[in-house]
Design a binder for this molecule. Structure first.
Ligand code: ZN
Ligand code: ZN
Length: 288
């Protein structure tokens, strides 16, 4: 009798163990779907009826429940928190953000400015802000080229102002494709690798300059020296990748037609000068 009971206990234990192993998941789904659906369907329907009743009577705006909101521009919108115009504007702002952030405050007045505005007299010099005739400025703003340019002219000729206005016009013409185009001061780029240890990969500013669809390298030649070759590597790297680089420089060298290239070759090297001069188009300001 005892033995029989022991055997039965063992059998029950074994079968429980087997059930645990094989049927653990199956047992959870044993209930037919209809039974649990039946429990919640009335609740869902009741909520639906209530929501419809609310929507029919609701005149609130904003109302989260009805998804009726007021856009920040003041327009009423349904099913979204902002209107399509503001959504497009936000997307555009996001696309232009990197470019905008790179441009010094002093020059932001030139963004989106007309040719006539760029010709206004400078309070500092008493001369037009951009030393180029209005028609030429208008042409430059209408279709800034995706090719190398070198803006040349003496201090106060408005090279940087014109180049920044053109950079903005260039990005604005196709912001989704041209986002990331930046202004960078040559002296800042020259310092970018200083204090950046070699083990950390490329200095962030150099990497950005190599990646950008267009860079405006401002005041080339004014930097003390290109000791770490950041400027050279950016100019060479971008030329290799066939990416346009715009340069403003106070190196004028008018007398000799090859003087500008010679001055660049002297400061950097011959290959650098070729990339800037031969592969680029001059934009001359205030030079007769
Ligand atoms: Zn409502
Ligand atoms: Zn809006």
């Amino acid at each position: 009798m005892n033995d029989d009971n022991d055997d039965l206990d063992k059998l029950a234990e074994r079968s429980a163990e087997l059930r645990r192993q094989m049927g653990a998941e199956a047992s959870a789904n044993d209930r037919p779907p209809a039974s649990w659906l039946a429990d919640i369907v009335p609740a869902i329907m009741a909520r639906q009826v209530e929501a419809e009743a609310h929507a029919a009577a609701c005149t609130d705006r904003p109302c989260e429940r009805c998804e009726k909101f007021v856009c920040r521009c003041g327009k009423p919108v349904d099913g979204a928190t902002e209107c399509p115009v503001c959504t497009a504007e936000s997307a555009l702002k996001a696309q232009m953000r990197t470019t905008l952030a790179s441009i010094p405050e002093d020059f932001r007045w030139a963004l989106g400015a007309s040719a006539a505005t760029l010709r206004q007299l400078s309070s500092r010099t008493g001369k037009p802000c951009v030393g180029l005739d209005e028609a030429a400025i208008a042409r430059a703003l209408a279709a800034p080229p995706a090719q190398n340019l070198h803006f040349r002219g003496r201090v106060g000729a408005g090279k940087t102002t014109l180049a920044i206005a053109m950079l903005w016009a260039w990005v604005s013409a196709a912001p989704h494709k041209r986002r990331g185009a930046i202004y960078v001061e040559a002296s800042e780029l020259a310092r970018a690798r200083g204090g950046h240890s070699l083990g950390d990969g490329e200095a962030p500013l150099v990497a950005r300059c190599l990646r950008a669809p267009l860079i405006l390298l401002d005041d080339l030649g004014h930097e003390a020296n290109d000791r770490d070759n950041a400027i050279s590597d950016v100019v060479y790297g971008r030329a290799r990748a066939a990416k346009p680089t715009w340069i403003t420089t106070g190196i004028v060298a008018d007398a000799d037609p090859n003087g500008f290239a010679a001055a660049l070759a002297d400061k950097y090297d011959g290959g650098f000068a070729r990339r800037v001069v031969e592969m680029g188009k001059p934009v001359r300001l205030g030079v007769r």
